[in-house]
Structure formats: structure tokens, C-alpha cells
Design a binder for this molecule. Sequence first.
Ligand SMILES: [Zn+2]
Length: 143
Amino acid sequence: MIRYQLVCKCEHQFESWFRSGDDYDHQQKEDLLWCPACGSSKVCKALMAPNVKTGRNEPQAPQNLTADIDQQKFQDELRTMRDQVTQTSEYVGDNFTSVARKMHYGDEPERKIYGEAKLKDVKDLNEEGITVLPLPSLPEDKN
Ligand SMILES: [Zn+2]
């Protein structure tokens, strides 16, 4: 596994792991890489400061450090936002679409809910004037 520092066209920096340099080339060419900050797939390798031990006490590549912190902060903000929703809303699981619709038409008492819905259902709801916001997904969701 190798880790590359990547940068998108808006100059957001982030890190990603690859099986090999070829794996990176492939993903870059197929637009499989995207920026977690803005979603852009215009992503390329950032220039890396060489990690050479000089024996002197030099600070290590400060721009990479900043990117790490921003990335962490970004994910913390997403997590906080999501926790607020999940703690103040009722989980309705797969029934999300039908419950949201019933609330809209007055068949169920209005309350905050969250759950799972297919993209198509979300589009249908939006067309009926029911606003649905996606919850951000976090890296640990993919475990
Ligand atoms: Zn970006």
C-alpha cells in the first residue's frame, strides 16, 4: 500500500491509499478519484516534500500537516451535523419515503425523521414538494 497526497482543482488537499502507483494511475484515468471537500474528480497528485532525514531539526512539510487537520476538522463537522440529526429525529428505516409522504399529506403527525431512501424515491419526494436532505456518509460507514 502507498499513500499519496492528492489535490483537486480547487486546491483542496487530501490523502488516499493505493495498492500501487499503477492503481493510482488507473483510478485517476477512470475518474474514480474525487475530492472529499468539493466532490470534484479533477484530482492529481500533490507535490510531496521528500521525507529525508537530514539530522537537523527541521519542521516537516507544514502544508501537508494543515491538510491533515482540515480533513479531520471537516469529518468532525460532518459527524457533529449527523449526530444532531440522529439525536433529535426518529429513525424510520426503509419506511422513510412513505412516512415522509404521509406527514406531508397530514396522514401522520409531523416530526423530524430520518431513514433510508432510494435516490429515485428522493427525487419523487422532491417533485411532490417534500424536501429531503441527505445525511453525510463517513469513512467508518464503509466498514
Ligand atoms: Zn476540492
